[in-house]
Write a protein that binds this ligand. Sequence first.
Ligand code: PLP
Length: 372
Amino acid sequence: MSPHDRHGLGLRPIINVSGTMTSLGASIMVPEAIAAMAAIAPQFVEMADLHSRASAAIAQATGAEAGFVTASAAAGIVIAVAATMTGLSSPAVEALPTRVTGLKSEVIVQGGHDVHYGNSITQAVRIAGGTPVLCGSATEVSLSQIRGAINENTAAGIFVVAHTTARTGMCDLPAFSALCHAHGIPVIVDAASEYDLRRFLAQGADLVIYSGHKFLGGPTSGIIAGRLDLIEACRMQNNGLGRPMKVGKESIAGLIAALEAWSRRDHAAIRLREREALNLWQESLAGALAIETEIVADPTGNPLERLEIRVPGESQTTALALVQALAAGDPPIMVRGHRTEEGVFWLDPCNLHPGDAKVVAKALRNLASDLQ
Ligand SMILES: *Cc1c(COP(=O)(O)O)cnc(C)c1O
């Protein structure tokens, strides 16, 4: 039976060469996480104890003082913002998103960091009851513009690490953190798709957020790692606006298992397998004169490469047409196609089932023969 057709829901099987796209189910969950979820599903647990166990696993994996599991990274960002606003004040937790008198509520965001992952960073701040303060422009932000935006009402600064942020012109995390800390303001880092579980804390993050269902191969969930007092404030949001975003026992158990599996994963072997797929795909397209291919590094520095396929303007076809042709195939092949208007798309090998690479190669050979 196809590894894509085992859910019994009659949904069409697809091959995912787009990466960890939440719209396609994010990632292949690791067997350890699946087993842990099945094991805890019929059991009762004291949730506070399970959260403590998860905090220890997150601390171990990230080097942070403590951690908190959320329903998703998107929920984690909202809860982290709320935590920087309320601190350990129960009345403030219960009042949000309405603000009690004296609550700091402004959250600094660099102009090129207001990315959209289903909702925008600025909407995440507003869901928590905060007021986003965008600094500089979408392409250029100076430290003095950030300094000018900080006042006695500033609750936090958010820094986003994503392929969708402005690639140049933003202040880097060490400088952003140093400036915020000089004014006593905590720094929240959205690192939802980043593999490096330690770097952002080392560069000054007070709270860093990761997605549980992307590179980690865990269940739908999020991780907040960071300072003990702020993590406690995050936990308190479960009695406030965090409640509708509550995470279940199965997700926490699955995430703990995914973190442990991550620490044991043979990353080198996986990269080798991914490189083989990329080489195979590049060879499959070698005869197509109308396009250029190149194996490229991940733009945010994740240890991951992709095959970039460029369709020059003078070509008979377009990037969009090729993306659509692959998606219309049997099985449909979903690529990383968010920049087709620039004449480019990518094939991402991080979520392949056994046999997928060859199916994709065959589809690419067919494309290539149409492009002679
Ligand atoms: C995926 C992503 C999110 C949202 O992650 P979820 O866990 O799916 O909620 C937030 N920020 C960035 C930068 C992302 O890449």
